[in-house]
Design a protein around this ligand. Sequence first.
Ligand SMILES: Nc1nc2c(ncn2[C@@H]2O[C@H](COP(=O)(O)OP(=O)(O)OP(=O)(O)O)[C@@H](O)[C@H]2O)c(=O)[nH]1
Ligand SMILES: [Mg+2]
Length: 193
Amino acid sequence: MPHINYEDKELVFKIVYYGPGLSGKTTNLVYIHNALDRDKRGDIIVLDTEEERTLFFDFFPLHLGRIEGYQVKFNMFTVPGQVYYEASRRLILEGADGVVFVADSALSRMEENIESFLMLQNNLESFGVDWRVFPITLQYNKRDLPLLIPLGSIEKRLGLNGMPVTESVATDGTGVMETIRLASRLVIERFQI
Ligand SMILES: Nc1nc2c(ncn2[C@@H]2O[C@H](COP(=O)(O)OP(=O)(O)OP(=O)(O)O)[C@@H](O)[C@H]2O)c(=O)[nH]1
Ligand SMILES: [Mg+2]
């Protein structure tokens, strides 16, 4: 559920970019932030280590216009992908209204993608969220690499059909805005049901 602020007439949704280490979550968020008009976005916070790996999270607020008189806002987060930051990931994921799962399309990264997705399902379950109906957009990132995981293979391994899927090259922005548009639409649709 989004946070509803009746006094200020504000609806605040939370979208979390989740996925294995180095899959391109921060690159997505930075691209989106740069692409938006200044009046639609707040400042971006990037908390990273010296190697530019996410230490805790990346964040910025995004203003989307109005629904029935309410100002709609998205709080955009990424999690740190490195395996040992599990506690941070859980904390950041809590209360999410939707997730973009950023998969690394490098053929050698299949198992990391699956492991990370299973962790996501686990975490959602532990919050009492039914991940089967929860809006998760699967982004196959790094489609510019030479040896690619075939589209559809992650869903197949997980036994999931009909997941909303996008393809992207976050480093040049290909598919990045399409992904966030799809993810935000799914989140709002679910809220309006
Ligand atoms: N070739 C290629 N490289 C990419 C793409 N997207 C991101 N990268 C690179 O992958 C590396 C990791 O990107 P990040 O965005 O920092 O990855 P992350 O998922 O935030 O990583 P953690 O914060 O450690 O979990 C960087 O060197 C990016 O430039 C892509 O589409 N194609
Ligand atoms: Mg990061």
